[in-house]
Design a protein around this ligand. Sequence first.
Ligand code: SAH
Length: 396
Amino acid sequence: MAQLILLPGKERSAFKRHPWLFAGSVGRLEGRARPGDTVEVLADNLKPLGRAAYSPQSQIRARFWTFEADESVDDAFFKRRIAAAVARRQALPELRGQAGLRLIHAESDGLPGVIADQYGDTVVVQLTSAGADKWRQAIVAALVKATGCARVYERSDSDVRGLEGLGPVTGWVHGEAPATPLSIEENGVRLAIDIAGGHKTGFYLDQRDNRALLGQLAAGQEVLNCFCYTGGFSLQALAGGAASVLSIDSSGPALAQARANLALNPELPAERAAWLEADVFSALRDFRKAGRTFDLIVLDPPKFAPSAAHADRAAKAYKDINLLGCRLLKPGGLLMTYSCSGGVGLELFQKIVAGAALDAGRAARIVRRLSGSADHPVALNFPEGEYLKGLLVQVG
Ligand code: SAH
């Protein structure tokens, strides 16, 4: 095994069990290692720190698999880690029996570059690092063993693979396509999941609890759901008794799926739902001009800032939609607003929303802080894992 020797002082993050080693921390590589190979990581005084996957093309030069200097990274390692991640979810009553469930949340489950979501008896796996890519077979076998699922589909087409020098890989890696279209039930609502063509692994499972909360708040309300994708929040609002739900997305296929999802739930009042294919920024401006108002507005935009480098431009976009959202709310209305940008922290996000309310001339109060569901845990040694943050704001 090749050895990656750190520069003096650069072992500190490993002592805190942070899984990433940036290029600037690395002194030298002794021996040969190809992308994804496991290397032994040593401090500059040659104290062993653990074993990591080598990513020569990436600024994140290595990702720790283990902080135990003598733990082998092999098939059995992935079996153990994956079984433990699945068991942690089974240990939480709120997650038991969920048809749609994140099984592996990458670094936060001790498996950098590995994401796995279960939809019924299908697992969708996404490998985003050279190390994860290398262990595809072991990871797939361990997922099948830990879940008993019939099939595994790979959706390794995320842009971040490019940073690792990896191209896209998609297709069935275990079992065959199911005979009937995939669907799950979430908080009592049925949703079809397009694992091959949808975003991420097909669905945004991280918003499960927040959709349930919207359902609890929606009775009798005029709801505006911005960036609705396949209608997860919209259907939950209808199930919760909303007076009306207007949903906006710029993607025609997402809206088509949203309508199809509504049709899968014949008990929901379809006549209360309206769908608008539009750019949220301009649609909200048009509503403002037209004097339209709402009781409850959901803003769940895409990642405006994938990294801190994009934070400034992203801040402007967040400010813009939150300002418009505040203006469109009736007095006492609720703004459910999110950022899933890694580059925008909770503190900054709160400042942006505060600035938006101020500019709208509305006194506003946080009544709840929102985050991802329990199957998207945040390891305390990996605060970067807390990408999804939300605020429920009552706007006076
Ligand atoms: N709230 C959704 C997830 C949102 S993902 C859920 O619960 O599942 C972000 C969505 O925003 C995508 O569907 C994308 O098509 C849409 N989108 C991105 N930019 C947009 C824009 N400027 N206007 C409208 N929709 C946009």
